[in-house]
Design a protein around this ligand. Structure first.
Ligand SMILES: *Cc1c(COP(=O)(O)O)cnc(C)c1O
Length: 495
């Protein structure tokens, strides 16, 4: 059955998957959502006999219904290849009574690679299908990981350019080095004087500027988004939840149909929303455990039904979760409002106007699948130390937030359901914070000394992504104020 996509904010004419991927964001500022969530059409047993690419095809074909089998398989082949340092693509590691789903084996060692390895291929295919001759300009705001993963995905891809804005003082040294050393004539990386929310708001503003869009079109350009609001990122993220369930089943860790919990360290709400979609497709998931750091706007939302971004923005050691406006939550709000665009639009208007909104009791009742909690900086560090000392496994800071929240969930519920924890980054990406958590003595070491030390204590080889940047020259040093973002874009495009 064909799946069409429409905005969360108005009842316009629905578009095909390829068109939603090309546009990224709907013209009215809303997010594209599928008109229904398709059910898995293979049994869990059948899925358990497939490899990652095969599972990815079985999931994605249900959403991207205007792609031919050949087109979609072609995209999947190109994405999940030797860029990943393991053939299983997303391995499960059992530690301390939970299963860590390692989503960081791609080229930039963060889970964003899972979707951003395939998005450029989905986008070029979509452009071809829709006879688009404009150059596609990817405009991205990043809290650190999306930027590099998108750059790696789009660099050198013909017919595309990519511009990445990141908060100049809000990403880890390794994250920054990864971005500013990015090669490729079609890439631009800019540090903004503001935080991630400023970057994201700035990008959204440029996107919805109709006059600029018209001017761009005349000059042969059009924008699209590689942010997690793009449905072309959300859909590939559903695959690894299905795949990890299938892996547990294959390995005899669970029985067919047995429910599992999923814990997700959450920022923009994209990853956990993918798990929610997986559940709604029929994957046996009990609780979706939403883990936040000190920016615990989502925890407060799940406990009170009030979403309130009027608070201090805290810079933490898990920067990819330092977010006060979780964009993808809008897709959940829309759904728990009974797919009511007007209700959703009003709430989003309140969010951009007063910085807060409150959902109704009926909507709140629809959130029973979720459990939210948060971990403070010291709880996160203690969790890294605890897991390392108990079993020698080293978590990155984001995964440690999830792991610490899972401990809180266990203490609160005694729920012994088997649990997958989304492990969203390699500890090598956040070496200093990770090593300091294990022992304060490491604080005097240099960044790359720490890398080697981590490799030693974790007994894991230094990933390629880190080796590459040891000596790479900085090629991007542009900075700008938030209100100059549009000028920077114009300059780069020569318009
Ligand atoms: C992006 C990111 C997150 C947050 O994921 P969302 O989909 O934005 O909720 C968590 N951890 C890491 C390492 C990330 O890069």
């Amino acid at each position: 059955m064909e799946v069409l996509y429409s905005s969360t904010r108005s009842n316009g004419i629905p578009v095909k998957a390829s068109q939603a991927i090309l546009k990224g964001l709907s013209d009215d500022g809303g997010l594209f959502v599928p008109d229904h969530i398709p059910a898995l059409d293979k049994t869990l047993k059948e899925l358990s006999e497939m490899n990652y690419k095969q599972v990815a095809y079985e999931v994605m074909k249900l959403y991207l219904t205007d792609f031919t089998e050949e087109e979609l398989k072609n995209c999947i082949e190109r994405a999940y290849d030797s860029k990943f340092d393991t053939e299983v693509i997303a391995p499960l590691v059992e530690a301390e009574g939970a299963y860590y789903l390692e989503l960081f084996h791609g080229s930039t060692i963060a889970f964003k690679d899972m979707a951003l390895s395939i998005l450029p291929h989905l986008m070029i295919t979509s452009a071809k299908k829709n006879q688009i001759s404009n150059e596609i300009v990817i405009l991205t705001a990043t809290s650190g990981d999306t930027g590099k993963a998108a750059l790696a995905g789009f660099a050198g891809v013909e017919g595309t350019r990519i511009i990445v804005f990141y908060p100049k003082n809000g990403v880890s040294p390794i994250q920054e080095k990864q971005m500013v050393t990015q090669k490729g004539d079609n890439t631009l990386v800019v540090g903004i004087h503001g935080n991630f929310d400023d970057a994201q708001t700035g990008v959204k503003k440029i996107f919805s500027d109709q006059e600029l869009a018209k001017e761009m079109d005349e000059k042969g350009f059009q924008f699209s988004s590689a942010n997690s609001i793009n449905i072309g990122r959300l859909v590939p993220q559903i695959c690894y939840y299905v795949y990890s369930y299938a892996t547990l089943l294959k390995e005899g860790k669970i029985a067919e149909g047995e429910k599992i919990n999923v814990v997700v360290p959450t920022g923009n709400f994209g990853n956990i929303l993918a798990a929610y979609y997986a559940k709604n497709m029929g994957l046996p998931i009990h609780k979706l455990i939403c883990a936040s750091n000190d920016n615990k706007v989502l925890y407060d939302f799940f406990s009170t039904g009030v979403y309130d971004r009027n608070r201090e923005f805290v810079l933490t050691t898990s920067p990819s979760m330092d977010i006060l406006i979780s964009s993808n939550l809008e897709r959940l709000i829309y759904r728990i409002a009974g797919n009511d665009t007007e209700c959703n639009r009003e709430l989003m208007a309140a969010l951009s106007g007063q910085g807060r909104y409150e959902i109704t009791d009926a909507m709140k009742a629809e959130l029973a699948d979720f459990y939210g909690n948060f971990a403070t900086e010291s709880e996160t560090a203690a969790e890294i130390k605890r897991i390392y000392e108990d079993c020698g496994y080293v978590l990155d800071t984001h995964t440690a937030v999830a792991s610490a929240v899972y401990q809180k969930y266990l203490a609160a519920t005694d729920d012994m359901t088997k649990t997958i924890i989304a492990s969203t980054a390699s500890p090598f990406k956040f070496t200093r914070s990770v090593m300091n958590a294990i022992d304060a003595k490491y604080d005097t070491m240099g960044d790359f000394e720490l890398v080697d030390e981590l490799s030693k204590i974790a007994n894991v080889a230094v990933p390629n992504a880190i080796e590459e940047i040891r000596t790479a020259p900085v090629v991007h040093d542009k900075q700008c104020d938030v209100d100059r973002m549009q000028n920077v874009v114009r300059e780069f495009l020569g318009i």
